[in-house]
Design a protein around this ligand. Structure first.
Ligand code: SF4
Length: 319
């Protein structure tokens, strides 16, 4: 098959758009969607100037998504003195997995000349995910612990690095899965939080002054295209799956979504288009975070006396 844009050999067929694209036009299409998302979500504030630039901290795991996001943001804003990029990696303490992906992150940031900071669960909480999985004091999936610890570190370090924005590499498949999970669980408050935390355009989010705002500029790009981009650009992405990955419900939703997308191309896009409108309405109704206070232990923002991260660390230490 030939590229519908230029007639060169196509490297992919996007069933949702009907287009066959060559390497060059796939690259351009992915980059264009990231730039569009940055613009549509209003991620660059009007008052950002070369004298007073904004700091964007990118959560860099070393996997294909965050590696592609880092590369595209670097290439797009390299000559823009209003934006300073910092990459932040987290070591969870997973043997044989995270060391390799941190090597990929080091290689990429050295190549792009981006400041790179690494923090670990061991240094920050005195725990390693391998031990947490073995002890499992709360009888939960590994990702349920890990997600809480990671979110806490990202938020803490985004603040410490004086970030104006925290960017993560979630792609279209990730976001459509999260949207469907929230719908299937009937969790309207979670939809509102999703909108206010990372999904809505900056000027439409409810006031959230307790953490650095987040954004996901890759969220219009399907996972397969991100993987192909990383491969074709020969980026140092680490592709091995975490040995503790076992989010059962997300896995089921992922299977369902893949099947629906095969039978009805464009399903992921239409889910997200409708979900964003629903989540915006939910945020209008539930976006007020006036009930939040500070964790008695660490001072993090929480609706409880002790935040979830401190409660989990305590449970792990008690084993
Ligand atoms: Fe942590 Fe789960 Fe990701 Fe592994 S797959 S790094 S346990 S969140």
């Amino acid at each position: 098959m030939n590229c519908d844009k230029c007639g060169a050999d196509a490297v992919m067929h996007a069933a949702y758009s009907g287009l066959h694209l060559c390497e060059e036009h796939l690259r351009r299409a992915v980059e264009k969607r990231v730039r569009q998302r940055v613009r549509e979500d209003g991620l660059i504030p009007d008052d950002a100037t070369p004298e007073d630039p904004v700091t964007w901290v990118i959560g860099l795991s070393g996997g294909k998504d965050s590696v592609v996001l880092t590369k595209i943001l670097h290439d797009t804003f390299e000559q823009d003195p209003r934006i300073e990029l910092v990459a932040l990696s987290i070591h969870e303490g997973i043997e044989g997995y995270r060391d390799a992906s941190l090597d990929a992150s080091e290689e990429l940031t050295a190549e792009l000349d981006i400041r790179h900071e690494t923090v670990s669960y061991a240094e920050e909480f005195g725990i390693e995910m391998d031990d947490v999985v073995e002890d499992d004091p709360e009888n939960m999936a590994a990702c349920a612990y890990c997600g809480v610890f990671r979110r806490d570190l990202l938020e803490t370090y985004a603040e410490a690095l004086e970030a104006d924005l925290m960017l993560t590499g979630h792609n279209l498949d990730d976001e459509a899965e999260t949207a469907l999970m929230n719908v299937f669980e009937g969790d309207i408050e979670q939809m509102a939080r999703h909108f206010d935390a990372s999904l809505g355009p900056m000027d439409e989010r409810s006031e959230q002054d307790h953490h650095v705002p987040r954004a996901k500029p890759l969220r219009d790009v399907p996972e397969k295209e991100v993987a192909l981009y990383a491969h074709l650009a020969d980026l140092p992405a680490h592709i091995t799956e975490c040995p503790h990955a076992e989010e059962a419900f997300r896995g089921e939703v992922q299977e369902l979504l893949l099947g629906l997308e095969d039978d009805h191309p464009g399903t992921r896009h239409s889910i997200m288009a409708g979900y964003e409108r629903l989540a915006a309405l939910a945020a209008e109704a539930y976006g007020d975070d006036a009930d939040l206070g500070e964790c008695d232990r660490c001072g993090a923002t929480t609706a409880r006396d002790i935040c979830r991260k401190c409660a989990l660390v305590e449970a792990v230490e008690a084993v």
